[in-house]
Ligand binder design. Sequence first.
Ligand code: HEC
Length: 454
Amino acid sequence: MRLKYLVAVSLLAIACNDDSPKSSNNSNNANNVNNVNNANNANNVNNANNANNVNNINNLEGMTYHKDVRPLLEAECVSCHLSGGDGIGPFGLTSYAEVQPLAALIADATQTNRMPPWPPATDSCVPISHERTLDDMQKAILKSWADDGAPEGNPDDYVAPELEEQVEMGEPDLVVNIGTDYKPNPPAAGSIDDYHCFVIDPGLTEDKWINAYETVPSNYGIAHHMLMYAVPPSQLSNLEAKSGEQPGPGYTCFGGPGVGSSNLLGGWVPGTVMTAYQDGAGVKIDAGSLIVVQMHYNTINDDQGTDRTQIKFHFTDGPANPSLRLFPIAQPGLFVPAGEKNGFAEASYELPIPVTVHGIAPHMHTLGTATRTRIESDDTELACLIDIPNWDFNWQGFYIFDEPVTLPRGTNVTVECEYDNSPDNQPGDQMPRDIRWGEGTFDEMCITYFIVEG
Ligand code: HEC
């Protein structure tokens, strides 16, 4: 099943819109270049303890918990695997008592790249800031240690890992929260997931540009992901109608805010602390907009209490330079027949002007299995912007590139989406049904947002 459409989205708005003065001075943000910080992420950290093992990766000996494993887990895993399982990870990885019984599972999960969760293919396409992956040496250490029977070693050998420094953003300009201490309800029998939309009025009397934002759930044990959308004043009546359908607070939602072509503003998955754009860059939010925050809660443990997620915004001083927007390329005509194991949709767009891309956020639902964005142009060697070979609805990243990428005029950008609509890949063990575009649990999407200048 292959569909090919030329999607009628227009970059004209970008070509015409030059409301981002090049002279704006964002000196407050001067230190914030390129800083999507993952607390757990320490890929650039060289664990000094292991320096002596560099030459014998295939023949490691004498790995112990305190000397080798504990610093590695602290750098790469414990932001999600908090003590006692209080994070989104199902158990803690913070002490020998917690880790030792799981040694073989840890070795396997890391050898097979199930952990840490990082859906994009590594070393392909464009380098992404703060990749959450282990290098071969780190994987070998965990495996060798597990194979040796997971020895504890001497606590005196422990040296704290050098965690990546948090970038100091200063005080946020605006802090909002979902407005209630929300106790998730499993929406349907057999489901453990609650997707709930909360409407927030940020009280913006003038246009603002988001340079950075930090998402802070109050309950990391249940908050599994967040996507936020701006609903501009022209669409507020749709939103009132939508949110009025349910008693509140907020309303149940799955694939989006349910109010049409609202603008995605950002997203969060566990392990990400701050999402920030290059110095001075920012995504515009119009005066008078409401923000819809879609939370995905995991209700596997019924007794895990309530959450009140906060979002802390840092705006640019005045109009951003460059001003960014989230530009979608989508295939609203997608169709995957019931039972089809190799469903496919794609959308292509030829750039009428050069476009600078700062990051990318692909979006599909649960039948999606893979997505990638291909680039074709005589003027660039680049073949793709992102490649996600194992799509996971639970780990929808908001990927910011290390360096923005400029695509020449005439570049053909193609978003490809693959689906498995066979009987053994159905949410809640439903019978397969014909799948079309939509925001519901039994609908699909094929949409990729490009964070572009203009
Ligand atoms: C960004 C959050 C996050 C990080 C970082 C993370 N985990 Fe996990 N881990 C999870 C979640 C959530 C689960 C539950 C299963 C799922 O949702 O995929 C899990 C499950 C697991 C499991 C059991 C399931 C399986 O696939 O075997 C193991 C073992 C594990 N993690 C080990 C690790 C190790 C070791 C690290 C560090 C190298 C790590 N995790 C880093 C979130 C994380």
